[in-house]
Design a protein around this ligand. Sequence first.
Ligand code: ADP
Ligand code: ZN
Length: 529
Amino acid sequence: TSIDDGLRASDALRVLGRVFGYGSFREGQQEIIDHVVDGNDALVLMPTGGGKSLCYQIPALVRQGTGIVVSPLIALMQDQVHALTALGVRAGFLNSTQDPDERRQVEGAFLAGELDLLYLAPERLRVDATLRLLDRGSISLFAIDEAHCVAQWGHDFRPDYLALSMLHERWPDVPRIALTATATPATHAEIAARLNLGDARHFVASFDRPNIQYRIVPKSDPKRQLLSFLRTEHPGDAGIVYCLSRASVDKTAEFLVANGIAALPYHAGLDARTRAGNQSRFLREDGLVMVATIAFGMGIDKPDVRFVAHLDLPKSVEGYYQETGRAGRDGLPSTAWLAYGLQDVVQQRKMIDTSEGDDAHRRRLASHLDAMLALCETVECRRTRLLEYFGQQGTACGNCDTCLTPPESWDGTIAAQKLLSTVVRLARERRQKFGAGQIIDILLGRMTPKVTQHGHDSLTVFGIGTELGEAEWRAVVRQLLAQGLLAVEGDYGTLVLTEESGEVLGRRRQVPMRRDPERPARAAAKAAK
Ligand code: ADP
Ligand code: ZN
């Protein structure tokens, strides 16, 4: 009734103010909170920083009983519980890091009805003892955070999440709210199916982050490019630099420090104390640059991260979106900057080829990578492409690199034919496969020791590609890879044809390509010492 509505709305608003100290709801929050407070199921897609946590924390405080939160990362869980406790919310967690005493204490509080929120790792719910414990207490709701982890086609699948479908069977009357910051339409549907959320209302917020400027530059000398980006555009700003490997995190952090930038490393190879110390300095102090693997960032709530830079290609568009989404949570202008090169593709293909799991899994990884490559090589607005990837509409933003400096497109058909026929000739005439470096040397007619050693100067294609330079040929290779007209394989990143290559060689297919615009950043990078 309307009287109840009035009471309930004021309850939620009062909790928002009294407990969390905020004056008003953000877009979408009120509706979601009302829906869950009323005892209904919800599936929430909201970008990072949108304010998902309150969507289950407030209903848990308003409803009778304890809200059970399933969260995949132990560190994150502990942070959340600390933050809530500091606000006076009665929160606890159960995970493998606790000793039996601590665990008993939390269990006791739950059974006594003294907890508003109880955080659990998904694997806990596979243990019978946990289920029996939950049976004996009073539950206000189930919140399933990072719900995309249940989707096998997603980018971050965790098998333990599959068991969560039983929540509905075992506790049919308890409302469930599943939340995620990334989901393509297919992943979205898979989450609903796997979590038995058929009747849940779907709340889909816009994935647009208008204050983030997306830029993707060709990688030449990544550390120097980064340095010049930081010096010219973000001096003294806080930001995150992502690298693929621990070794490159360490090297990059050292390089930045040696060049006068306040940078800290973060990766799983550092001891726990250093990691925690660096993380809390990054959160507390102004203007620090965190150089990290993707182990860093989930649940990091720092509003004034002014840039997120990637020195290596993310494995998927979802990952890219999630990582770049950590910039500009305060709504102020921020930059998402990525340097990407051919070597990234070679390296990632190799990782996919050698990854554990079945063929279907490898195909999945490959399709994620392909989507990421397509985003890098697009001539369209980056933001629009991102939104479309998540099934949302956008118009050219006027702020990303392709909007600001539209890349020229050119007809790369002949170049593609030359490159592909070099690959064909090596395979047919010599039974050889080579990586991009050697193929490009052949096209450019360079008499390198390796060319001489293999007698590649006697190939008819030797020197037929002098109209382009080395960097341009590398761009051609990248784009052929992105368009599925060429593939890389093996430890040495050798180039091989795909089924579709024949269409180009047989002159049945045109190959449009983008020309990398010469950007000021590159000139600046050369000038930096
Ligand atoms: P997400 O989980 O969607 O990434 P969080 O729940 O961590 O986002 O919220 C991001 C930040 O926004 C947090 O600092 C949170 O306290 C803040 N926030 C959320 N809702 C509101 C609100 N209604 N008013 C002000 N700040 C809010
Ligand atoms: Zn744009």
